[in-house]
Design a protein around this ligand. Structure first.
Ligand code: COA
Length: 373
């Protein structure tokens, strides 16, 4: 198989950030308002009073300290709890396209590529802001790229699945160089009124340039040694939002049309599956765990990552071996492991090996073994 490399990455971080303290303050105001408005029903035992959230719980249970968002005011307004993202005329770039352009520009500069060098765009994310035309086709047009583009969604694993699609396209000759982008506006699908999950997500966009090693000129290239994808059906992370919703009036706007999860079950079921996948992949490649210099893991929960890294390495990982970005960014769905890779590889020397791994709804797991060239 032709050698295929990642030759550049890019990151767009929204300007606005929300601390746990700010988020909890707005949530608790919402709870007080709700309980006040429903005092009679609560006193009569017809409704259960909502409970306050806490910064201590959030940081201890998840490791998250803050998150970036497209619109802070709408999220923190206790009478709204939803970002304000006004519709734009069709002639203007969509929000997802705008984020994608920013991340893609950095990735293209890093890889030393112009629009003429790229002939495919994949937009891989958990949510698309419209049904069609594909966001990828809009990004392609905005950047002046000829060829083809398509959107794909494998929830939190969209980026690693996107990397494999790009790799396959280059290997089979349908593209020479692919731009794979992950605009994640997670604040759009997060239920900020749900105590169990209101703190989980943040917004961001990452981009990756993939090409044949023969055309790559970047000073910082990573050979894709192997990539492995796995999906196992589960309803433990689910969002029922979709184009058929209007077919049942009673369901429109209900909480199941936003992100819902059974966090404990996800934790218990996904960690062993991820660790096993990475370990089997290393074994297949005749690599020992101590040859793995870095684990750029999906960024959903700090304890989850510590557990996965421990199972793979057979000991606790250092903060350098398994870098954390979720403390600052929260869970940014498919972009999380790519942010970790983007920010934590400058110490890599020739032949150093790492694994870029994502996991999430589906369930879905994608792991890509990378070697610095
Ligand atoms: N503030 C204060 N207390 C809270 C709270 C909040 N915001 N949310 C829940 N609690 C309470 C619960 O009521 C419960 O109380 P109880 O023990 O008295 O019943 C307790 O904290 C534990 O709740 P639980 O939901 O079991 O917490 P957890 O330790 O499982 O942590 C997650 C929750 C979501 C952080 C964790 O399960 C997780 O990250 N799971 C993996 C998620 C994941 O990777 N998802 C992928 C998404 S793409």
């Amino acid at each position: 198989m032709t050698d295929i490399v990642i030759s550049g990455t890019g990151l767009y971080t929204p300007a606005q950030s929300i601390s746990n303290a700010e988020l909890v303050d707005s949530f608790n105001k919402y709870v007080d308002l709700h309980n006040e408005e429903n005092a009679a029903a609560i006193a009569a035992g017809d409704q259960v009073a909502l409970q306050h959230s806490s910064t201590e719980f959030i940081e201890k249970a998840s490791g998250i300290k803050s998150r970036y968002v497209i619109d802070k005011n709408g999220v923190l307004d206790p009478t709204r709890m939803t970002p304000r993202i006004p519709d734009r005329p069709n002639e203007e770039h969509s929000v997802m396209c705008e984020m994608a352009i920013a991340a893609a520009s950095e990735a293209m500069t890093q890889a030393g590529k112009t629009a003429q060098d790229i002939d495919a765009v994949i937009v891989a994310a958990s949510n698309m802001q419209r049904a069609y035309p594909a966001i990828a086709v809009e990004v392609q047009d905005a950047l002046g790229i000829t060829g083809f583009g398509f959107d794909m969604n494998v929830a939190c694993s969209s980026a690693t699945f996107g990397i494999q699609q790009a790799r396959d396209s280059i290997a089979n000759g349908s593209a020479r160089c692919v731009l794979m982008v992950n605009p994640e506006i997670c604040s759009g699908h997060l239920n900020f009124r749900d105590r169990d999950s209101h703190f989980i997500f943040g917004d961001v966009c990452t981009a990756v340039i993939l090409e044949s090693a023969e055309t790559a000129t970047s000073a910082d290239q990573y050979l894709i040694v192997d990539s492995k994808l796995q999906t196992i059906y589960s309803n433990n992370i689910r969002n029922n939002f979709g184009f058929l919703n209007r077919g049942d009036d009673a369901g429109v706007g209900q909480p199941d049309k936003l992100f819902v999860q059974e966090g404990r079950k996800v934790f218990k079921e996904v960690c062993p599956a991820v660790a096993t996948q990475i370990s089997q992949q290393l074994e297949k490649l005749s690599l020992t765990p101590d040859q793995l210099k870095r684990l750029w893991l999906h960024q959903a929960n700090l304890s989850m990552n510590q557990l996965i890294a421990k199972r793979v390495l057979g000991r606790d990982a250092t903060a350098q071996e398994s870098p954390t970005i979720l403390d600052e960014y929260a869970n940014t769905s498919s972009a999380g492991s790519v942010i970790a890779f983007h920010k934590h590889r400058s110490d890599f020397m020739r032949d150093d090996i790492g694994v870029l791994c994502s996991f999430g709804a589906g369930y879905s797991i994608g792991s890509v073994i990378l070697k610095k060239l």
